[in-house]
Design a protein around this ligand. Structure first.
Ligand code: FAD
Length: 332
């Protein structure tokens, strides 16, 4: 793409506000844009998203592009890919950043194909190479067993989907100024093949896994749905969300929506407590970005102890109640 310039963020609006991942991308994207001496832009696509444009500027953008259209109220990939293709071709950004969200998992590879570029999914770190000025994109490879650093040196924009909580948002500054530009969606309704016929909101009791600062997660070693329930008092005491490795989900002890790992959700909390989880690479792919891992496992050789900062070797039936009581005492 000729004369590519600027860092463009694909923003997402949840319940009328910029999503947490959008704020993180604005914080991280601001740093990349400053390093390159280029502008930071945010694009908001949807219906009723214009009200968030000012916040985009307050959180770091120089310019916000707003694409409002009733047809974009719910995400469908053919409409969003068309809109984003138009926006990117108009703006010609050097870098396009997206959050590693369910929408982006679907949208990003399709968009990259349309734009004739590549995308690095699930990035854990982004930096600018000091000599080439290219974006260095670090992401897990081989099921989380290693990390690879990628560059996109043959096409623009350089595209990355970034895991939650790897970038820090900037403090909101309402005195910042910037430009808000409306962009026509340019959709031809007759060409859209997909239609959203129903949306079901996942019912989450308590804190959402992806947003939780503390996650208490259980594995096959809990042995049953009853065993799994022992996690709840600890989660409640720590205001934590409950997660699981794959076997408890496959066995129907808990909802598949709380599976963490390669084929589940990716979390990066400050504290991840893994109870009776062996620490397979597929599980760690979903939680290795946690700042601290505590493991409770009866097998001293379990792989999870290699990943954990603190560990307790013991039967969860004994360790968990004592640990929970101590936590309750401390957080009182
Ligand atoms: P196990 O490996 O069976 O470990 C159970 C642990 O509990 C053991 O370490 C044991 O010592 C301990 N234990 C037993 N009893 C007690 C007790 N009383 N007290 C304390 N500790 C006890 N897995 C995921 O989690 N997420 C994914 O997204 C995922 N995706 C996958 C994708 C693919 C393509 C494949 C092939 C596999 C995937 N898996 C995934 C499965 C993965 O390979 C492992 O099988 C799974 O993570 C193991 O879960 P676990 O640690 O709970 O069970």
């Amino acid at each position: 793409m000729a004369d590519s310039k600027g860092v463009l963020i694909f923003g997402e609006v949840v319940d009328g506000k910029l999503s947490a991942s959008t704020l993180e991308l604005l914080g991280g994207g601001r740093g990349l844009a400053d390093t390159l001496g280029e502008p930071l832009m945010l694009v908001l696509v949807g219906s009723g998203v214009a009200a968030c444009a000012k916040d985009g500027i307050a959180y770091g953008a120089n310019k916000v592009l707003v694409v409002e259209d009733a047809a974009l109220k719910e995400y469908t990939n053919d409409a969003y890919v068309n809109v984003m293709e138009n926006v990117v071709k108009q703006v010609t950004p050097n870098i396009l950043l997206m959050g590693m969200t369910p929408v982006v998992r679907d949208l990003a590879p399709r968009l990259a194909f349309r734009l004739g570029t590549a995308v690095s999914m699930d990035c854990l770190k982004l930096e600018i190479d000091s000599s080439s000025k290219l974006l260095l994109m670090t992401r897990p490879v081989f099921g989380g067993n290693a990390r690879g650093v990628y560059v996109c040196d043959k096409a623009k924009p350089q595209m990355a989907a970034v895991r939650a909580k790897v970038m820090d948002p900037k403090a909101k500054d309402d005195s910042r100024t910037g430009e808000v530009v409306n962009v026509a969606a340019g959709l031809d309704a007759s060409k859209l093949k997909m239609k959203n016929v129903a949306t079901k909101k996942e019912q989450v009791a308590g804190i959402k896994l992806e947003d939780a600062d503390v996650v208490v997660s259980g594995g096959r070693g809990l042995a049953s749905a009853e065993g799994f329930k022992l996690l709840q008092p600890l989660a409640t005491a720590l205001k934590a969300a409950v997660g699981a490795s794959r076997p408890p989900c496959d066995n129907g002890w808990v909802s598949p929506s709380i599976q963490i790992g390669l084929t589940g959700k990716i979390v990066s909390p400050s504290l991840y407590i893994a109870v009776a989880i062996s620490g397979s690479s597929q599980h760690m792919a979903g939680c290795s970005g946690s700042k601290n891992i505590i493991a409770i496992n009866k097998d001293p050789e379990a792989n999870i102890f290699k990943e954990a900062r603190f560990g307790v070797v013991g039967d969860f039936n004994k360790v968990l109640p004592a640990f929970t009581n101590k936590v309750k005492e401390l957080v009182k």
